[in-house]
Write a protein of this length. Structure first.
Length: 249
């Protein structure tokens, strides 16, 4: 019996801390090959990135409105990626989830991600929703007309990479320097901003840890799987030079 068959009812969750975007992309590809070979089961990587703009497969010229020299001067890297979607921003305080798993229906995969995020935010008193019926550019999770989470995936040979990004307490200004998500007038928000609007405050580190833990749990629930926390070492991921946050209990 393969390792995958033994773990068929589990979904492995691995907390990676802060990882540069290009390194995370290479890690995903390596893990996808091992998933294709049935060497590993379905998994979800939870992490953060240093400041970076990523351009998805549907990005168009002109979405980086201020020019790449401006962004680099601000300390923001610009990277092309194979995920779906348009230009978005990643940075400290944003929870990124990369799902490396068998996917038979991409639309259902996206909707399950949205549902998991909506349930996660509800635990913090933030009422959110999907707007998928309005078109591909509205994929993600919204609080009224404000976008709080972005989603973009890539599926090759039946196995997915990439996933979701939830704005927890990250700086939202870099979104205003681009045409974020292909929507010129999009307003971005975060869990922290929505809590402040409701006159609620939670310590930053506590908030990040709680959102990370609940997002992982609800993602597993959306796929009818039991969560199993694993270490980077169990996935064969080197961590010597990486500052890694402690996984929640």
């Amino acid at each position: 019996m393969s390792r995958v068959e033994q773990s068929a009812q589990e979904l492995w969750i691995c907390h990676l801390g802060t990882v540069p975007y290009r390194e995370a992309s290479a890690t995903q590809e390596a893990l996808r090959e091992r998933r294709l070979a049935d060497d590993l089961p379905d998994m979800l990587l939870l992490l953060e990135h240093p400041p970076v703009y990523t351009r998805g497969r549907r990005s168009r010229p002109g979405e980086l409105t201020l020019g790449e020299d401006f962004y680099r001067a601000k300390g923001v890297e610009v990277v092309d990626t194979r995920r779906g979607g348009r230009v978005t921003y990643h940075g400290p305080g944003q929870l990124v989830g990369y799902a490396i798993m068998e996917v038979r229906d991409v639309g259902e995969h996206l909707r399950r991600m949205e549902a998991a995020i909506v349930k996660t935010l509800a635990e913090f008193g933030v009422s959110a929703r999907s707007r998928c019926e309005e078109g591909a550019d509205y994929t993600g999770v919204w609080v009224e007309g404000r976008k709080v989470a972005s989603i973009g995936v890539h599926v090759s040979r039946g196995v997915s990479t990439h996933g979701f990004a939830i704005n927890v307490d990250n700086d939202l200004e870099p979104f205003s320097w681009v045409v974020a998500c292909g929507l010129p007038d999009v307003a971005m928000t975060s869990v922290e901003a929505e809590l402040e609007e409701a006159d609620m405050t939670i310590d930053s580190e506590v908030l990040r840890a709680r959102v990370r833990a609940r997002a992982g749990a609800h993602f597993c629930e959306a796929h009818n799987r039991r969560p199993r926390i694993v270490s980077p070492e169990e996935l064969g991921i080197a961590v010597e030079s990486r500052e890694r946050e402690a996984a929640p209990a």
